[in-house]
Design a protein around this ligand. Sequence first.
Ligand code: ZN
Length: 126
Amino acid sequence: MFCIECGTKLEANQKFCKNCGSPINITEERNEPLTTSNQKKESNAAKKNSGKKNDRLYALGFWFVNWLLITSKGGVFYSIGFTTPTFLILLASTGIPNKPTRRIVMFLLSAIFFIMTILKLQEVSY
Ligand SMILES: [Zn+2]
């Protein structure tokens, strides 16, 4: 059991918190759901972050594929110039907090950018 005011671990039958002096009148039943909901929040935040991390990896992978395709036709530097703006836009879209919205935006952007890459491949010839 922990002090509700400062979070210091309390020994059984303690009347006052030895850290902040708050009277101890909470039961373990009240304390536990608080801890559980905090843990839930933490794991949800971790999940959200890992989802965004995956989306960033996806953006990087998507950029790399397009970069390789354009490089095969237009050369390394031309390819960097062409694909970097699309990569930055895709990367920026990974910052959208709402996951379904983020996924839809990323999907649409990917589709548009990939079509642009395909068109560029047909246009540039060496
Ligand atoms: Zn305390």
